[in-house]
Design a protein around this ligand. Structure first.
Ligand SMILES: [Zn+2]
Length: 289
């Protein structure tokens, strides 16, 4: 069946019929806003409301959603442009520009090489390349220093989408975030590795175990220390509360950024005595040297 101009007019009539039956409140709300919103704000509101589904489709839910977006616009944390209704947390253009490593598809890769001679990891990967002033740095900055946990969850979900259905996660039993020291946790309010795990859990369907691997003592900040000092500093500071839980299991250790790999190695050392354990590593970003 083909649609002609008559059908189009008929469908328009139906929309207006639907509108006339709906609650008059949105129209009143629109008129009040018309007088309240000054200058550009009012113009934007009039433009969207006239072209919007309130008058065309009579869809109240979408109308209020759009109104809220005009008053409190959500912007992309990487480029700052307002998000479209179909976009979630990060704009599509920035998602397409993410510098992926695809290390999980390679038998040898720079993250895996970091652990050679240090710990027999089953697999290791990083989702993105981290460059100074790049898009990944901006996103991680928003997550860690501006409390934008939704950015971490979104990146975790995107990471999980890439890992799903690959051999890398085929027999992984648990996602385990690298723990943050309680003092830092209290300061920041959340552990960014755990936030990443929440996103990964959503797309991978692998359960997150968050309170088993814990720090024993506070370690000083990692910056301005040599590789040996870092290793010495973090070695023997982690413990597994119930080692039986990880027996004969494959653990995926998750962290935000990997530099020397010393923190991850210390986590693995605390699990080395657990019978039959396999450990893989997934980090959000690896700096490009
Ligand atoms: Zn963007």
């Amino acid at each position: 069946m083909s649609w002609g101009y008559g059908d189009f007019l008929l469908s328009k009539d139906c929309y207006f019929d639907e509108l006339s039956k709906s609650n008059p409140f949105p129209v009143m709300f629109f008129l009040v806003l018309l007088f309240l919103l000054p200058g550009r704000g009012m113009m934007k509101f009039v433009t969207f409301a006239c072209s919007n589904r309130l008058f065309i489709h009579g869809n109240m839910k979408a109308f209020f959603h759009d109104t809220l977006r005009i008053i409190f616009p959500y912007t992309c944390p990487a480029c700052g442009t307002p998000l479209q209704r179909s976009e979630d947390t990060i704009c599509l253009s920035c998602i397409l520009q993410l510098p992926k490593t695809n290390f999980h598809l390679l038998p040898e890769n720079p993250v895996l090489e970091l652990f050679y001679g240090r710990f027999p990891v089953t697999g290791a990967t990083a989702f993105l390349y981290f460059r100074k002033h790049g898009i990944v740095q901006k996103l991680i900055h928003q997550l860690k220093y501006h409390g934008a946990q939704e950015v971490g969850r979104k990146l975790g979900m995107l990471f999980g989408k890439d890992l799903r259905d690959t051999a890398f996660v085929q027999d992984v039993d648990f996602l385990v975030p690298v723990p943050l020291h309680p003092k830092k946790l209290a300061l920041r309010g959340f552990n960014q590795a755990e936030v990443l795990c929440l996103g990964l859990e959503k797309t991978l369907g692998i359960p997150l175990v968050k309170d088993q691997l814990a720090r024993k003592e506070f370690t000083e900040t990692q910056t301005r220390k040599s590789m040996y000092e870092r290793w010495e500093n973090v070695f023997n500071v982690f413990e597994v509360r119930d080692p039986a839980l990880f027996e004969h299991k494959h653990i995926l250790l998750v962290d935000d950024v990997i530099t020397t790999g010393s923190t991850l190695e210390a986590c693995m050392q605390s699990m080395r005595e657990i019978p039959g354990i396999k450990i893989s590593v997934a980090v959000l970003a690896k700096p490009v040297l």
